[in-house]
Write a protein that binds this ligand. Sequence first.
Ligand SMILES: *Cc1c(COP(=O)(O)O)cnc(C)c1O
Length: 297
Amino acid sequence: MLLQPLPEPVAEQAGVRLLLLRDDLTHPELPGNKWRKLKYNLQEARRLGHHTLLTFGGAYSNHVAAVAAAGRLTGLRTVGVIRGEELAHQPLNPTLAQARADGMQLHFLDRATYRRKQEPAVLAELLRGTGPAYVLPEGGSNALALPGCAELVTELRQLTAFDYLCVACGTGGTLAGLVTGLQGPEQALGFAALKGADFLRTDINRLTLAGTSNTYPNWALHTAYHGGGYARLSPELRQFIRAFRVRHGVLLDPIYTSKMLLGVLDLLARGYFRRGSTVVTVHTGGLQAWAGFGGEP
Ligand SMILES: *Cc1c(COP(=O)(O)O)cnc(C)c1O
């Protein structure tokens, strides 16, 4: 694993060692946290004798892209249930075109039905069409997503001691997994990419508690750094991404990691982190999303 120093003036002024963990480089075809969340789910699907993975997502979903790639790499059939009518997605955007090229069968659901996808009747109807399948939730965040993410913490600890571990949040599954891997005074900070994401705290608590009676006090969620909303790439954020690439030679993604780093730099300027501490930010990948924003900036 590559751990890269981020020599930012705000970090130096705050007396903080700021690092970037390049988890975007961990797997050549399944970058970042999506691979970690899938790892034990794929094992479980195989253990249960499934030949098909079925999952859900929006038309630009990094998770759908990762499941399609996982299917191609493992030989499992994949079905992607995509939010929105088929006509609205023609021609296919680059994410969906790649998913189909990876062998994924795309199944489009109108938005009203998509909202009800958790209901047994809706799911049963989907499975009638596909045959038996191992079902992964939207974003891939279930109990089995956590141990793969916890492994990141173990790998990181072999490289350095740290005080704060910062990660972008969509569904919160990655943060929940990191939290279960922390020890002692280590803390995890999540940065929500979604506007109005306070509900995520409940989801994260529920995920970390699955199957245990532990409670985890060692994390916090920051909800002010959504940059206007989930897939809103403001001119300011685009400019930040360009400047970050010039300073550090690293391309951030437009939905998650860019907002997290903007948030961390803002907290550094506000004196949030203890002087003398080590702050590790995680590059969770997501670069395929640039295709949906007209290409890299
Ligand atoms: C999906 C994703 C996240 C958020 O992961 P969750 O487990 O849904 O919180 C963060 N960064 C990138 C690049 C992602 O694709």
